[in-house]
Design a protein around this ligand. Structure first.
Ligand code: UD1
Ligand code: UDP
Length: 362
């Protein structure tokens, strides 16, 4: 067995979570291997984050690409098994709730390699979401679970995870935001060629919103009702883009669609927005810290702390136009609570836990 910590990343939300952990372990001179599964592969879904977040180049890119839920997960597992057998890492670190995360946990568990899960314990209790399956399975297999919020600790305890495995460490994605804040792209609206006027940002990519053409038609109508009130800028995820455009998304002068944006452009855009409409997990957290009102187009959230301690609200498509009117009338809040330990130091806390764990395991 080597002494290396091996990180598994692959999809867009993994990169801002991994960056502070990799940096903090580097500062502690821990040997590391960075694996990219290739789950996301477009420049704007992957490469741009390595530049923007100053992440080191992956040591290994498995290049698995897209597939069905089972096909993609299985391809990642098969490729990772070879890597883990060759590298024999002392620990595997996985992030969030994507297919790359659960695939790595399954392979590591069967090779008896200790697993640390960053962003453990979040629960939507919605088993129609592939992410909920990934969260529960990954936590069950993990030896060290690192939680962003107290509700996550409660879920893990309730599921029988021994207390000594659970650590409340804060939110590494917020480390990334706070560290990059003075590099957010200024004037991104002008750079995108958009008029200098108030705007809302929207991101939509959940299967529950964008996979079924009937839902997509209703979603486009809701976005148009928002655009009747304020310009809507939509950096569109590739999933569903075709269906949204086929349903007439662009048939409203107040809707501006862009390709997915790099991190610094995207955060610059969100930071300057009147409000955000989203179904993203990470965006609920980022708006909470930036104090941008966030309307989450989902029936549930695995991140309730962004409602109790932040700017987030769950809305239906039907309620969205009125919720937008209310948010525009209220404006951005002057002060708002931020969840405990979302302070820019989660990566350091995670690294300390991992180093102690490695020492304890010899
Ligand atoms: C995945 C995650 C989701 C996360 C999202 C973040 C799972 C189960 N889902 O969903 O939790 O919120 O990433 O963005 O892991 N595609 C491209 N280019 C790319 C990547 C994807 O065109 O670089 C297209 C392909 O048509 C692909 C589709 O997007 O089939 C979906 O990609 P996939 O990785 O399967 O799931 P996401 O919807 O991105
Ligand atoms: N993001 C970005 N550009 C975009 C959309 C998102 O840089 O056009 C960033 C943002 O920081 C967000 C993260 O990517 O928190 C992950 O977002 P995504 O919605 O893809 O995944 P989720 O958090 O829903 O799993």
């Amino acid at each position: 067995m080597s002494h290396a910590v091996l990180h598994v990343t692959g999809a867009r939300p993994n990169f801002p979570k991994a960056a502070p952990v990799v940096a903090a372990l580097r500062a502690r001179q821990v040997e590391q291997v960075l694996v990219h599964t290739g789950q996301h592969y477009d420049d704007k879904m992957s490469e741009v984050f390595f530049r923007d977040l100053r992440l080191p180049r992956p040591d290994i890119n498995l290049g698995v690409g897209s597939g069905t839920q089972a096909g993609q997960t299985a391809a990642i597992m098969t490729a990772l098994e070879t890597v883990f057998l060759e590298r024999r890492p002392a620990m595997v670190v996985v992030y969030g709730d994507v297919n790359s995360t659960v695939a790595a946990a399954l392979v590591a568990a069967k090779l008896q390699i200790p697993i640390a899960h960053v962003e453990a314990g979040l629960r939507s209790f919605d088993w129609t979401m592939p992410e909920e399956v990934n969260r529960v399975v990954t936590d069950r297999l993990s030896d060290v679970v690192l939680a962003t919020s107290p509700d996550a600790i409660a879920h893990l305890a309730h599921e029988g995870v021994p207390a000594e495995r659970i650590h409340l460490v804060g939110n590494p994605m917020i480390d990334t935001l706070l560290a990059a804040r003075d590099r957010f792209t200024p004037d991104v609206v002008a750079a995108l060629g958009l008029p200098d006027e108030p705007y809302a940002v929207a991101t939509l990519h959940r299967p529950g919103n964008v996979d079924d053409p009937a839902d997509v038609a209703a979603l486009v109508a809701a976005v148009h009702a928002v655009a009747d009130q304020v310009r809507v800028v939509l950096p569109l995820h590739p999933r569903g883009r075709g269906r949204l455009e086929d349903a007439g998304l662009l048939d409203h002068a107040g809707v501006s669609v862009t390709d997915p944006l790099g991190y610094l452009d995207f955060m610059g855009l969100v930071d300057g927005a009147q409000l955000v409409v989203t179904d993203s997990g990470g965006v609920q957290e980022e708006t909470t810290v930036l104090g941008v009102p966030c309307l989450t187009l989902r029936p549930n959230t695995e991140r309730p702390v962004t409602i109790t301690h932040g700017t987030n609200r769950l809305v239906t498509r039907e309620a969205l136009p009125q919720a937008v009117a209310d948010a525009l009338a209220a404006g951005r809040p002057a002060a708002w609570p931020v969840p405990p330990l979302w302070d820019g130091h989660a990566g350091e806390r995670i690294a300390d836990v991992l180093v102690a764990e490695l020492r304890a395991r010899g």
